[in-house]
Design a protein. Sequence first.
Length: 176
Amino acid sequence: MPTTDEQFLLQQNDLLNCLCAALASRPNPPAKCCLTWGDPIADISQNDDDCCQGTAYVRMLESYPSFNFFPDRTVERQSGPCGVTAWALRLEVTVFRCWPGGDVNAIPTCAELTAATEQLISDTNAVREAMCCLRDINRRRRQLVSIADISPIAPLGGCAGVQGNITIQIPQCSTC
């Protein structure tokens, strides 16, 4: 059986594969679909613009002991390395896109705002599909899954997006 660390990475890669496939099946898939660490932000450089090219990320939000009432936190009071019997792994899915901006001479048109909104609704459905895909994979593994909220990322600096959260229960499999 894989170690807990290997399972953490497996879950992230499974969710990434589900997300990339869901986005690829829709018009205008993002240019990037990858794992990341820390707070995801759309990077803009002199040569590239992750936001306008479209970027999708999977990242770990946190892990914590959770075995009594998953996905709730279990307060572990037993000393020693083998006290935790299962972990909750909370993952986040994020998709960034361009948001129409204006300047002192013109504001975005309704058509531009509608097109950007329609793209983000499509991305929201892809996020939902990816989380359901991971849930189905874990049902076959007999692992518990909790799908949480999917929330918009408000337009800021020309970018907008969507984020979703999913939590998987991972048995403690490391050697004690």
